[in-house]
Design a protein around this ligand. Structure first.
Ligand code: SF4
Ligand code: SF4
Length: 359
């Protein structure tokens, strides 16, 4: 009986697609039975695409509304579904594993035995799926980078969506949570740390409210959000988000652990799979050939020539600007790439673009 429920759950996640869909392999069932109780698995398997109410889910399962609602509230708390709306008019949706459920598990930054067990099971599932799927070619980028605003050359074209500070300015509330990629790695192996700041993943608006309500992050002021962005830039982290104009999160990512950067770096041309629409220009007159930018570049897009000139490989470059922030002579500025396409406006446009490109 319990096994049948988890098979239905696997089929439900298979329909979700995405980076880690449901797969009929032992690692799925080991992980799913740790994440979902049989009752939660039954509810999740019955959840349709998009938002639905407890009444609708209860009707499809033929159980009392109060019972379905109780399970859905617990699932929200556990990061197994998302909920929106206020008391009495809540709607629920089942997110994919990534982005979604996997991240929610580690955003609190806790280190319980259950966290460690889940981290191992999720990691094993991801490894098994990666081994089966191989390197997945990114034909239209689902994510994008936002360049370091302060290093953008004066006079170059900067759109609102190019400025991470604009999202901070225009969003309410804003939440911050622990970087789930770095935290998951530490839960599996405490020595697997890059020393980067951890409480730096930000959500905006409705997504932030969900994270705050479920205790997965804390509400922050606009000033604290700006401080976190600056601290992340100083550390050499890359601002990443979904590839649309109306973003609802910004992660501050490292190449050692971030699932977004690692997926891009596995591509033949990482700079085409993940980009900001900006590129660094090095002022040879200012450059002292110290090599700091080469050392820091997360894409290994920079190299020092025998003549001590910094060489840039645009096929690898994300346009993140962390090379510019480390340069001691301010010898690197970020310029907008001529003719670089605008990100899709919203999730519908992004899905359409990805479908058209065969992603
Ligand atoms: S060269 Fe490297 S650090 Fe500089 S913008 Fe490109 S990817 Fe970022
Ligand atoms: S960090 Fe600046 S000064 Fe040092 S090598 Fe790079 S461009 Fe030159």
């Amino acid at each position: 009986m319990a096994e049948a429920v988890y098979t239905r759950l696997m089929n439900r996640f298979a329909k979700h697609g995405g980076m880690y869909p449901g797969m009929d392999i032992p690692e799925f069932y080991d992980m799913a039975s740790e994440l979902f109780t049989p009752q939660e698995a039954a509810v999740a398997a019955a959840m349709p695409k998009g938002l639905s109410t407890a009444e609708q889910i209860a009707a499809s399962l033929e159980v009392p509304v109060g019972e379905a609602e109780g399970v859905l509230k617990t699932m929200s708390r556990k990061g197994l579904c998302v909920s929106m709306g206020s008391q009495g008019s809540e709607a629920y949706a089942l997110p994919p594993f990534v982005p979604g459920i996997f991240e929610f598990q580690f955003m609190r930054g806790t280190r319980t035995p259950k966290d460690r067990s889940l981290a191992r099971l999720i990691h094993r599932y991801k490894q098994a799926v990666d081994a089966i799927q191989g390197v997945r070619e990114i034909s239209f980028p689902p994510t994008r980078v936002i360049t370091v605003q302060e290093r953008v050359e004066v006079g170059t074209t900067v759109r609102t969506y190019d400025q991470v500070s604009a999202y901070v300015e225009n969003s309410e509330p804003i939440a911050v949570s622990t970087c789930y990629c770095r935290h998951e790695a530490e839960l599996i192996d405490e020595s697997d740390t890059c020393g980067m700041p951890n409480e730096v993943c930000m959500q905006f608006g409705t997504g932030a409210q969900f994270v705050i309500d479920q205790g997965m992050g804390r509400r922050i002021s606009k000033q604290e959000a700006i401080d976190i962005l600056r601290r992340s830039e100083q550390a050499g982290l890359v601002h990443c988000s979904v590839n649309r104009q109306n973003i609802d999160f910004v992660c501050n990512c490292c190449a050692d652990h971030c699932v977004i950067l690692k997926a891009a770096l596995a591509q033949a041309k990482p700079g085409l799979a993940l980009n900001s629409g900006f590129e660094p220009v090095i002022d040879a007159a200012e450059c002292t050939a110290c090599g700091e930018c080469v050392e820091r570049c997360p894409a290994k897009a920079l190299a020092m020539s025998e003549e001590e000139l910094v060489l840039l490989d645009l096929d690898r470059c994300f346009g993140c600007g962390v090379c510019a922030t480390v340069c001691p002579t301010d010898g690197i500025s970020m310029f907008a790439k001529a003719g670089y396409p605008e990100p899709p406006v919203d999730q519908t446009a992004l899905r359409q673009a990805m479908r058209s490109a065969g992603s």
